[in-house]
Design a protein around this ligand. Structure first.
Ligand code: OAD
Length: 261
């Protein structure tokens, strides 16, 4: 019988002994920062707080105001949010040369805020935007004040408009119906890795959910609740809060300079 559990001490030694480590992260690593996930009991799809069509490209093209009403709330959260313990732990792993890169589905840029440099944002970022009509307006490094100005301060018509052609501005996050970003680069990392940490994702959205399946590597899943990945040899499933689990792993790795507030 296979043992799918993984004690924090063993996880620490897997990280130390591996040659090429990747973390693949999802919305669950940002919930402690106050950003809700999608499919947990509190997730925005489960509670139906927002219609899932809000994140569909064709729906956005017809009803951009639906997305931007969601964005008004998201911006309020992003203004005050800080990286979680797990974001900081992963950044520390990079500075200790214990991890090679992070592939994230998240658009919140909290990995970069924590100090991570080597990152693939598969679903894009909320910190970039472009005009859907002229494509001349194209910004890759927007700050949150720009969005605040465009969306929150225009409560009656929260849809930001291109200064050049009056087209609708779309955020740089990937909507359903759009291709994910940097999949080729992700495939290259996956082909090299011998350890993948899969953190805070239900693994329900494709093609992102293919990432652990494509890896010929030891897989450590740390997630509250079940994930859509079949059990197999060298796959470990830890049903835990990521911050609680990695605080213990960090002790075994001697990483102790993370603010856990
Ligand atoms: P999901 O909401 O599907 O999964 C998040 C998982 O994290 C759930 O299983 C939660 O139980 C778990 N979780 C929440 N807080 C946690 C914590 N503190 N510790 C451990 N686990 C925790 O989110 P994703 O899998 O990231 O795509 O969703 C993937 C994609 O679906 C998103 O990138 C987004 C969405 O539609 C697009 O917008 C294109």
């Amino acid at each position: 019988m296979l043992d799918y559990q993984l004690m924090p001490k063993k996880c620490a030694s897997l990280i130390q002994d591996a040659d090429y480590v990747i973390a693949f992260t999802g919305a669950g690593i940002s919930t402690a920062a106050g950003i809700p996930d999608f499919r947990s009991p509190q997730g925005i799809y489960t509670t139906r707080q927002f219609d899932p069509r809000t994140f569909d490209l064709q729906y956005f093209l017809k009803h951009p105001d639906a997305f931007y009403r969601f964005a008004q709330e998201l911006i309020d959260i992003l203004r005050s949010t800080q990286p979680t313990y797990t974001h900081q732990f992963l950044a520390q792993l990079e500075s200790h040369h214990l991890i090679n890169g992070i592939i994230t589905q998240n658009i919140d840029a909290l990995h970069q805020m924590a100090g991570t440099k080597n990152i693939i944002e598969l679903h894009g970022s909320y910190y970039s935007a472009s005009c859907i009509r002229c494509n001349v307006f194209r910004e890759s490094n927007l700050d949150i004040d720009w969005w605040q100005d465009k969306i929150v301060h225009s409560p009656r018509s929260p849809v930001p408009i291109c200064p050049r052609c009056d087209g609708v501005i779309k955020p740089g996050m990937v909507f359903f119906g759009e291709p994910v970003l940097d999949m080729e680069k992700a495939r290259d990392w996956i082909s090299r890795c011998d350890l993948m940490l899969v953190l805070g994702s239900s693994l329900n959205v494709y093609p992102a959910a293919l990432i652990p399946q494509l890896a010929d590597a030891t897989i450590v899943v740390v997630n509250k609740g079940s994930v859509s990945l079949a059990p197999a040899r060298d796959r470990y499933f830890v049903d835990s809060d990521v911050d609680v689990y990695f605080q213990q792993v960090a002790q075994y790795l001697g990483i102790d300079n993370i603010d856990s507030e």
